[in-house]
Design a protein around this ligand. Structure first.
Ligand code: C2O
Ligand code: CU
Length: 580
């Protein structure tokens, strides 16, 4: 417990008194209907895995400050971009932005990026209770550490359909020593240089790289060295404190850049109770797969021998792991938190046991009594074939042969005001060219760059089938976690091989399909989702792997723009929007 030191027994000073009043007032507003936050975004040297690098931090913190609100609250974030060399935006992942599509935080879709020195105010309502997060959405800023948790509690007086004694919350991710600028340059170079596998896995922003693997200045020049300090407080294992016999709700959000992760609480079962802000049918697991962009709540009881501590661990799934397990401490009672378990790091299912992952994903179903069943049939169906391609010698990802490249004008304003020159007026195709080949690298790997938009009738029901395929390399297909902005969707079903439009819909789950905002498509398979196009705005639907979206793996959806009032000036000013 932290103790407040009120000034070594001296009478409290005026500035200190002002500070205290400030804190009290601040508490008063954050527990009321409006939460006010003042954030300053800047570069910062930080050592999340003991190796120091420049990251993007908020108010000098990494991970960024946690927002805690109640359903129905308004969140106001005054964001000052103090980085001298790049713009920013923040996306509030899982928040629907009903009525405020311009504050969704996607550059050149919902808003113009916030320039160096500028201050921009986000203001939106958090409608549903649940576990969410926020992150930078420009370039690869999320991979630079620019994210934090956003937790929405129930309205006062409402109760969860489960009980617990305490609450814990973590974000998990993968971490590289190279800067995001290096990573980004590699992805756009000829020949292509991939970001590679991460050096570390972080729990709550902390991991531990083995400093003896870092060349010292006696081997290379001083300036070439990575600074690695295993004593840095920034890379000591995160501590999850528990009391023996009590039950905890652990909120987990994966903000990973690349890796699918598997989470384990050594010796403890977990009961999944929430996914992406919806209650799910409670299901007990020994370990939990987490795809980038997903959030979960699990319940666990501290029912193991209390005389020791236990590991909380994450491992890479779906890609051949070369990264050591990420570890935190499940700290029982008053054992010293520095008391590391003497047991080996927990082991996850085999990285390429995709059947395991698929069957675990299928366990996630809407909770009885809380189901919102999907509408029985769609008004429109899209089949999106995802492929790896070449464009002018560069490696890209494409959807129905079009690789997404942002425009320089927010599409929201361009569509709303009919600025025809500001976007690609030709909508991308609803279906891939047939016959589909998904088991070999594409015979003609060339794709086109585009920024077209799929426009839906307001209120219509849309089915999207994401069809996975082989990459440019033989015998390789990857997991892609697809995330939809502005909506939650029902996951209707998963399948292997090529989706069959005549037969596969017969096996859709129309009864207790879970509502989510992110879902994984597995290698050589497909996933079908359904949503209502009932949120006026312009919404990206993209792979949440940072590098993949940056390489064009996404599409843009739009609906109901005539329902929107004027777009606030604060989000305009770039591209064609500077003339309006
Ligand atoms: Cu968290 Cu567009 O994504
Ligand atoms: Cu992907």
């Amino acid at each position: 417990m932290k103790r407040f030191d009120l000034g070594c027994g001296w009478p409290i000073s005026l500035p200190r008194l002002m500070l205290l009043i400030g804190i009290v007032l601040n508490l008063a507003v954050t527990t009321g209907a409006t939460g006010h936050y003042k954030w300053k975004v800047d570069y910062l040297y930080f050592s999340p895995d003991c190796v120091e690098k420049a990251i993007i931090a908020i108010n000098g913190q990494y991970p960024g400050p946690t927002i805690v609100a109640r359903a129905g609250d308004t969140i106001v974030v005054e964001l000052e971009n103090a980085m001298p060399t790049e713009s920013v935006v923040i996306h509030w992942h899982g928040i629907r932005q009903i009525g405020t599509p311009w504050f969704d935080g996607v550059p050149f879709v919902s808003q113009c990026p916030i320039s160096p020195g500028e201050t921009f105010t986000y203001k939106f309502v958090v409608g549903r209770p649940g576990t969410y997060f926020y992150h930078g959405h420009l370039g690869m800023q999320r991979a630079a550490g620019f994210y934090g948790s956003l937790i929405v509690d129930l309205k006062r007086g409402k109760r969860e359909p489960f009980t617990y004694d305490g609450e814990l919350s973590i974000v998990v991710n993968d971490w590289w020593h190279s800067s995001v600028y290096d990573q980004e340059t590699g992805l756009f170079s000829i020949p292509f240089r991939f970001v590679g596998e991460p050096q570390s896995l972080l729990i709550a922003g902390r991991g531990r790289y083995n400093c003896s693997l870092v060349p010292t200045s006696s081997v290379v020049g001083d300036g070439d060295c990575l600074k690695c300090n295993s004593e840095s407080p920034q890379c000591q294992p995160y501590v999850l404190p528990v009391q023996s016999g009590k039950t905890y709700r652990l909120r987990i959000a994966s903000v990973a850049s690349l890796s699918s992760l598997n989470f384990i609480l050594e010796g403890h079962n977990m009961t999944i109770v929430e996914a992406d802000g919806y209650y799910v049918d409670p299901v007990i697991v020994q370990n939990l797969d987490l795809y980038s962009g997903e959030t979960y709540s699990v319940l666990f009881t501290a029912n193991q021998n209390p005389s020791r501590n236990y590991w909380a661990a994450i491992n890479v799934r779906g890609r051949k792991p070369v990264t050591p397990t990420g570890l935190a401490i499940l700290n029982y009672n008053s054992n010293p938190s520095s008391l590391l378990p003497s047991t080996a790091s927990p082991v996850s299912p085999a990285w390429n046991d995709f059947d395991y992952s698929l069957s675990q994903s299928k366990l996630i179903l809407a909770r009885k009594g809380y189901e919102v069943p999907p509408p029985p049939r769609p008004d429109r169906q899209l089949i999106l074939l995802t492929t790896q391609n070449n464009i002018d010698g560069r490696t890209k990802w494409a959807i129905n042969n079009i690789s997404y490249v942002p425009t320089s004008t927010p599409v929201l304003a361009a569509l709303k005001y009919g600025w025809k020159n500001a976007y690609d007026p030709i909508p991308p195709p609803d279906y891939p060219a047939l016959p589909m080949n998904i088991i070999a690298p594409p015979a003609n790997p060339n794709a086109k760059a585009g920024s077209g938009v799929y426009t839906f009738h307001f209120g219509s029901v849309v089915d999207v089938i994401i069809q996975n395929s082989n990459t440019l390399n033989r015998n390789n297909s990857e997991i892609h976690p697809w995330h939809l902005h502005g909506h939650d969707f029902w996951v209707l079903g998963y399948g292997k091989g090529i989706f069959d439009p005549a037969n596969d819909p017969k096996s859709y789950n129309l009864k207790n399909a879970p509502l989510k905002n992110t879902v994984a498509v597995f290698p050589y398979g497909w996933v079908a989702i359904r949503f209502k196009a009932d949120n006026p705005g312009v919404w990206p639907f993209h792979c949440h792997v940072e590098a993949h979206f940056h390489m064009g793996m996404g599409v843009i959806f739009a609906e109901g723009l005539d329902k929107l009032p004027k777009i606030p000036k604060s989000v305009l000013g770039c591209g064609f929007s500077k003339y309006h």
